[in-house]
Each structure stands twice: as structure tokens, then as C-alpha cells.
Write a protein that binds this ligand. Structure first.
Ligand SMILES: [Cu+2]
Ligand SMILES: [Zn+2]
Length: 232
């Protein structure tokens, strides 16, 4: 909040300064007894240029930090009879020290299914060339067991054929060497057993089943986050 106030003050003092400069640009030449339109046009261009340079830094509507988007599409090798899932997963992280927020909006699950849970994880590669299989195993930068990987987002309940969920305080990072930027996200057919399956696969992937859909995480401007994520 302190930071936001600071930005607000800076913003309004910047604006005042520009207004003052604009007024002077018009009045000083008049007071001096001549009205050089060329000089005024030059000053006005200069003010406009300064404002355009400052605007991206000062705009109070901008949320700080990094934004990312992952455009979920059905796996290119999806077997007949399996649901074709599509949608968006959005990420926002204010700073390297703050935690990650994510918003999930996916459709294409069977409409008669109102109870099932589906696993979603960050996988090692952003490669979708051979279908979702090309994303490899779970992204595991610290060599730990499932479900302690940074991109283990656990289970998502399907409602009316959709998954809509806003998660906060996630462990994954958009900043730094362990960034999830460029990695893949996979939506599975099954439920994540969260490591309680009693077999080796449980500690690697939670026995989450077929990879239905996937995407590559890329940087974004943040406008999708502003549009799609409901304001609290
Ligand atoms: Cu997975
Ligand atoms: Zn995992």
C-alpha cells in the first residue's frame, strides 16, 4: 500500500509539473511581447514527449510485477472419446518476494460431470510438438517428491463442464532462475493422489492419468488478468 501511495503522489506531482510547464509555454512568450507559434509547437511537442515517456511508469491503473498466460489446447494426440479441454491459465506475481496468484478458466469437460476432480501441474518443458507428452515430467528444480513440486496445483473440481478457480499464495515463481516461464502446464483426465498412491508413480506424478490438454507459459502484458479475474 505504501508503494501504491508513493506512485499516486509521484503521478499527481508529475501531472502538476506538466500542467505548469504547459501554462508557462503558452504565457511566457505572450508576456515577452511576441507569439512565436513555432516555439510553442516545439515546447508542446516536448511536453507531450515527456508525458509519453513517463506514462508507462506513472499510470496508477497498472498493477506492478510480472504477468503470464498459458493458452490451454487439447493434446494433439488426444484419443477419441476423451474431452477436448481449452481455456486460459493466467499468472500474476507482484515481485520476486511475493507469492504467485493464478486464475484458471477451462471448458470442455462433460456437462453431466459435476463431481469429478482433475489434476493440473507445471511440467518441465514448454514443448508441445508431440502433444502434451512432450512437456516431460513435473517441473522439479529441487529434486523432491510429488506433490512438493512448485507447480503441483493439486485437484480442480469440475462444475457445469468447467473449471473456474482463483488460487493465491502458490509456491511457483515467475521471477528468477526457477521461473515457470517457458514451462508447460498439463490438465489431466484423472485425480491427483497427492503422493498417497503407494507406488513410485504416485511420488512422481500423483497417478493423474492421461494428459488431456496443455500449453506453454509465456509472458503477457496483464490486460487479460484485468479483464478475466473477478475483482474481490
Ligand atoms: Cu501433470
Ligand atoms: Zn508433482
Amino acid at each position: 500500500m505504501k508503494h501504491l501511495n508513493g506512485t499516486g503522489n509521484l503521478y499527481s506531482s508529475g501531472l502538476q509539473l506538466l500542467l505548469l510547464a504547459g501554462t508557462l509555454a503558452l504565457q511566457v512568450p505572450q508576456a515577452l511581447g511576441y507569439f512565436n507559434t513555432k516555439a510553442i509547437a516545439g515546447m508542446s511537442d516536448h511536453i507531450k514527449g515527456t508525458w509519453l515517456k513517463l506514462r508507462p511508469i506513472l499510470s496508477p491503473r497498472d498493477l506492478p510485477g510480472l504477468f503470464a498466460v498459458c493458452h490451454i489446447q487439447p493434446s494433439s494426440d488426444l484419443r477419441a472419446g476423451l474431452p477436448a479441454i481449452s481455456g486460459y491459465i493466467l499468472f500474476h506475481q507482484k515481485s520476486p518476494d511475493s507469492s504467485l496468484d493464478a486464475y484458471f478458466e477451462l471448458q470442455g469437460f462433460p456437462m453431466d460431470d459435476t463431481q469429478s476432480e482433475r489434476a493440473i501441474h507445471v511440467h518441465q518443458f514448454g514443448d508441445l510438438s508431440g502433444g502434451c507428452g512432450s512437456t516431460g515430467p513435473h517441473f522439479n528444480p529441487f529434486g523432491v517428491n510429488h506433490p512438493s513440486h512448485p507447480g503441483d496445483f493439486h485437484n480442480f473440481k469440475v462444475k457445469n463442464g468447467k473449471i473456474i478457480k482463483h488460487l493465491i499464495h502458490l509456491k511457483a515463481n515467475l521471477f528468477g532462475v526457477h521461473t515457470i516461464l517457458g514451462r508447460g502446464v498439463v490438465v489431466h483426465q484423472g485425480k491427483d493422489d497427492l503422493g498417497f498412491g503407494g507406488n513410485p508413480a504416485s511420488l512422481q506424478s500423483g497417478n493423474s492419468g492421461t494428459r488431456l490438454a496443455c500449453c506453454t507459459i509465456g509472458l503477457s502484458k496483464g490486460d487479460l488478468w484485468q479483464q478475466m479475474v473477478p475483482k474481490e
